[in-house]
Design a protein around this ligand. Structure first.
Ligand code: NHR
Ligand code: GAR
Length: 193
């Protein structure tokens, strides 16, 4: 069985969308894959409860308990490696990962970023797209490399920026597209693994 480990920091709606599609499309039979664990750097991440309700193993590696990014990443890698994952999925995971961590999972580490990369890497993407006067915005699924939000692009979706949009309204419009493209991109990757 190909194990998928999902890393979250917050609400986990992308994680929930992946779990939902995995069940709906019976990834166990069709892809020989399962979401085996959901890990968070925050104990209060709403997505953890959702995962528990689906009987998925959960874990917390609190970044505040570690003196350095290297030490945090080493603990996180240890938790991940228990699962011997075929794929590690960042889904609203909010800690930048060290090059050493990234190299350990090269080719099996993916992220979803709420902008049309290479535009607006980093944080506050929705407000930055509005402030720049963009008429379209969107979301990108990409392979993670040590350069933040710069890895090879796997899929994108475009949404309009509407007159009078707030960052919150735009984020919600983008998020509904995220839930469509992330499970699809992961299924495609798993077929190739
Ligand atoms: N790590 C690497 N090496 N490469 C990427 O492409 C990564 C990554 C880790 C996370 C997600 C990402 C995004 O899609 C991601 C991509 C967090 C920050 C950030 O500045 C930036 C980008 C992303 C995630 N984090 C702050 C930090 O100091 C903390 C912010 C917070 O806790 O709210 O790590 O946008
Ligand atoms: C999503 O919009 C995701 O693209 C974004 O955070 C949200 C998480 O929502 N990711 C980043 O901004 C990474 N820096 P979720 O927890 O409901 O999936």
């Amino acid at each position: 069985m190909k194990n998928i480990v999902i890393l979250i920091s917050g609400g986990g709606s992308n994680m929930a969308a992946i779990v939902r599609v995995a069940q709906r499309d019976n990834w166990r039979e069709t892809l020989g894959a399962q979401v085996s664990a959901v890990l968070s750097n925050r104990a209060d991440a709403g997505g953890l409860q959702l995962a528990r309700e689906q009987n998925i193993a959960t874990g917390v590696v609190d970044h505040k308990a570690y003196a350095s990014r290297e030490a945090f990443d080493a603990a996180l890698a240890q938790a991940i490696d228990w699962q011997q994952p075929a794929l590690v999925v960042l889904a609203g995971f909010m800690r930048i990962l060290t090059p050493h961590f990234v190299s350990r999972y090269t080719g099996r580490l993916v992220n979803i970023h709420p902008s049309l990369l290479p535009a607006f890497p980093g944080l506050h993407t929705h407000q930055r797209a509005i402030d720049a006067g963009c008429t379209v915005a969107g979301v990108t699924v990409h392979q993670v490399t040590s350069e933040l939000d710069h890895g090879p692009i796997l899929d994108q979706a475009v949404v309009p920026v509407l007159p009078g949009d707030t960052a919150q309204a735009l984020a919600a419009r983008i998020l509904s597209q995220e839930h469509l493209i992330y499970p699809r991109a992961i299924a495609r990757l798993l077929r190739g693994l």
